[in-house]
Design a protein around this ligand. Structure first.
Ligand code: XMP
Length: 524
């Protein structure tokens, strides 16, 4: 029997930007956890049968009427609870304590002093003061704090500005921390979380890469039996890892379809075929549909409509190829855990669609498949680790994200084959130089954008009137917000010269210095 889910932690999400980080940290420690919206129905929480519960931070003010509360069931299950920031405040208020506006809001580093030798913090410190109290450098971000402890609670941490920065109910194993142990700025954060899940919740560390792979292979075999599976392979991390997993689990029962839509990066199609088909023996059909996509896109300049056309054309080609293969029962997809979290939403759901994202889905009604989604419990970093363990090239796994509509959203306005060719060359030069200068891994996403406007230039005595390329590089944690990367001027100068000298149709290169928000990362 699989044991990877045997001990598990439930994280209730109150909407903090760090909630997913809590989950990733718990997984890193080696314990399975899931994240549910705070207002999930109580029976989900009960059925989940957690060994412990974490209440996340969140944007509400706990003193406001109607602010979020943990469902009462969490206090009835008789399991340890850790409230972080807002989670601590709501626990305090719900159990009879009080929380109010802080005298002084705290955003950033703070030093807390551990008190009363709690199970959670004892022996964990960055330094010790003269009285023998542990001192911890932590990350605070709050304007409200607990001002009165509930009955049977005692203090376990304080700072100069925040007298109640941590508390415990020893009998029930309820803990609250005003600071964020999940962010790396809190140096001992991972030790604190590990103490909670292993010593206090008594979870075994079964969530390891080897165990996960074993479990996935067993489950895929069990689900698929001797039936055939189809996979749309894009060459991106998720679909690549699904391909290798399925190949290991069911061998030739898997057929992959790789659609070359003419909007891929330099040499990408050949690399995908080499890696999977030639090196690994995976059955891959390559659909060369470049012209089909260019034709469909030839009269459309609107970004949203372009995305829809690309999505629809993909499905048409995929469907066409799928129909050639007989007796397919399953469609495999590279859905990962953040996709599941996003689509689940909260009952009070505030998520907005900024751009329609393109994934395989919406296949016509006459092809009906059951879904195989082996990665749907995994975070991206876990998917990468598994891919690496299964032998996928590091270079492929560590590539920056590439949007589903590909170069289609990086050629502004109407897409033409000629523009795609120019952009591919410019992008390739940029990537090559980022790698040569060891800058590729220092930024989170970098790419070139084709601007269909003409600008005057001069080469020798010749006047030129050619296109503009914009370079974009960003630093980001979650791609929801981003800072433009401060790449060295010398480097940018070198890339710009190469692009203008080596690509005859480009007369000017610009560097995008827009943050997100207000700009998005992609230009369309
Ligand atoms: P934006 O442009 O919204 O991008 O700031 C955030 C991240 O999402 C990627 N992106 C997409 N990914 N299909 C995808 O699979 C899409 O349609 C799409 N649009 C944007 C983008 O590259 C960045 O990493």
């Amino acid at each position: 029997m699989s044991t990877i889910h045997h001990h598990k932690i439930l994280i209730l999400d109150f909407g903090s930007q760090y909630t997913q980080l809590i989950a990733r940290r718990i997984r890193e420690i080696g314990v399975y956890c899931e994240l549910l919206p705070y207002d999930v129905k109580p029976y989900f929480i009960e059925n989940f049968n957690p060994s412990g519960i974490i209440l996340s931070g969140g944007p509400d003010r706990v003193s406001d009427i109607g602010s979020a509360r943990a469902p009462n069931i969490v206090f009835e299950l008789n399991v340890p609870i850790l409230g972080i920031c807002y989670g601590m405040q709501t626990m305090a208020v719900q159990l009879g304590g009080e929380a109010r506006n802080s005298q002084k809001a705290e955003f950033g580093f703070a030093q807390i002093r551990a008190r009363n030798h709690s199970k959670l913090l004892t022996g964990i410190s960055d330094e010790t003061n003269l009285d023998g109290h542990g001192l911890l450098d932590v990350w605070m971000s709050h304007g409200i704090e607990v001002t009165r402890l509930p009955l049977n609670f005692e203090l376990i941490a304080s700072t100069d500005n925040c007298p109640i920065a941590g508390f415990v109910n020893k009998e029930k194993n309820y803990f609250g921390l005003q600071f964020h142990p999940e962010v790396t700025h809190t140096k001992q954060g991972i030790q604190i979380l590990e103490r909670f899940v292993t010593d206090i919740c008594k979870c075994n560390k079964n969530w390891t890469t080897d165990n996960i792979i074993k479990d996935l292979l067993v489950n895929i075999k069990k689900q698929v039996g001797n039936k055939k599976v189809l996979l749309g392979l894009s060459g991106g991390v998720d679909s690549s890892v699904v391909a290798i997993l399925l190949h290991q689990a069911i061998g030739d029962q898997l057929t992959c379809v790789f659609v070359d839509n003419g909007l891929l990066r330099h040499n990408e199609g050949n690399e995908v075929m080499r890696t999977f088909s030639e090196n690994m023996g995976v059955k891959v059909i390559r659909a060369n549909a470049q012209q089909y996509f260019y034709d469909k896109l030839s009269n459309e300049a609107d970004p949203e409509l372009k995305r829809k056309i690309i999505g629809k054309a993909f499905i048409e080609i995929f469907d066409h190829e799928a129909k050639k293969i007989k007796n397919i029962k399953f469609l495999a997809q590279g859905t990962i855990y953040p996709d599941v979290i996003e689509s689940a939403g909260t009952t009070s759901g505030k998520a907005k669609v900024i751009k329609s994202h393109h994934n395989v889905g919406g296949l016509p009604d006459d092809i009906k498949f059951d879904l195989v989604e082996p990665l749907k419990e995994l975070f991206k970093d876990e998917v990468r680790t598994i891919g690496l363990k299964l032998g996928l090239p590091k270079k492929m796994l560590n590539r920056h994200p590439f949007p589903g509509p590909g170069l289609g959203v990086r050629i502004l306005g109407t897409v033409k084959e000629e523009f795609a060719e120019i952009l591919r060359q410019a992008d390739q030069i940029f990537m090559e130089e980022l790698n040569n200068h060891k800058l590729y891994d220092k930024v989170d996403q970098a790419f070139a954008v084709f601007l269909p406007i003409k600008s005057v230039g001069v080469t020798g005595d010749e006047r030129r009137y050619d296109y503009v390329i914009s370079l974009r590089a960003v630093e980001t944690i979650d791609f929801m917000t981003a800072r433009w990367a401060r790449l060295p001027y010398e480097f940018l100068d070198h890339v710009s010269n190469r692009i203008m000298n080596e690509i005859s149709r480009v007369s000017r290169v610009v560097y995008d210095i827009s943050g997100k928000p207000p700009a998005t990362i992609e230009w369309e």
